[in-house]
Design a protein around this ligand. Structure first.
Ligand SMILES: O=C([O-])CC(=O)C(=O)O
Ligand SMILES: [Mg+2]
Length: 213
């Protein structure tokens, strides 16, 4: 029971941290291709990945993942960067939402964008298209994948916001959380100290530029 509580807790904590700080905590590693962006800039999600590997133009594995998902899961879909055929539209996304899935992240595209926006359900993709996928039945779920150039294992924590999507492997999640919170504190302190203070800014720049030489 305790383990379960802790796992929920860590998701809640990651939910509050900008992807920039999480990325800094991982030295810029494990970011998805930055063309994978939220449909609406306000979306922020954090949760555990249910991975989907699908052949280009065949979205049956997405349907299988929606069927298998637990509430709170985030579907992370490797559609190989395909921008021609959508992996889902508002009907499929609506089913995912109704079954308690927290978000969909895809290195590929979606369609029915206006309908999906009305759902207020976070979808991250490379963009939108009019073309549907077929349902040939290929693909796999819950296996290690590469999505947008980042390795994703089932159960990894994924965090997405307006800046992009980062993946935190389970083995490193406590350490990354600690370092990301420290970076967030530093960013906040710096902003408070320097914003609107030209003298401090000049002093800061002189120090930095001096050290770099
Ligand atoms: O049915 C599909 O595969 C794609 C679609 O248009 C939807 O989900 O609304
Ligand atoms: Mg549709």
């Amino acid at each position: 029971m305790e383990g379960i509580t802790l796992k929920h807790n860590i998701i809640d904590q990651f939910q509050q941290i900008p992807t920039t700080c999480i990325s800094d905590a991982m030295q810029g590693m494990n970011n998805l291709d930055p063309r994978v962006k939220p449909l609406t800039e306000e979306y922020r999600i954090a949760g555990r990945a249910l991975t989907v590997q699908m052949p280009v133009g065949d979205n049956m594995a997405v349907l299988r993942a929606i069927r298998e998902a637990k509430p709170g899961d985030i579907l992370v879909v490797d559609a190989k960067g395909d921008e021609y055929r959508a992996i889902a539209g508002d009907f499929v996304v609506g089913m995912a939402q109704s079954l308690g899935i927290k978000g969909i992240i895809v290195d590929g595209t979606i369609r029915d964008i206006l309908g999906i926006k009305k759902l207020h359900f976070p979808v991250f993709s490379r963009g939108t298209t009019a073309v549907a996928s077929g349902k040939a039945g290929g693909g796999e779920i819950n296996i290690p994948i590469s999505c947008g150039g980042a390795p994703v294992h089932p159960g990894d924590i994924v965090v997405g916001d307006a800046d992009g999507v980062v993946v935190v492997s389970q083995a490193l999640e406590q350490e990354v959380l600690r370092n990301a919170l420290a970076k967030l504190d530093k960013d906040n302190m710096r902003a408070a100290q320097y914003s609107g203070n030209p003298e401090k800014i000049i002093q800061y720049l002189d120090e930095i530029i001096g050290t770099a030489q």
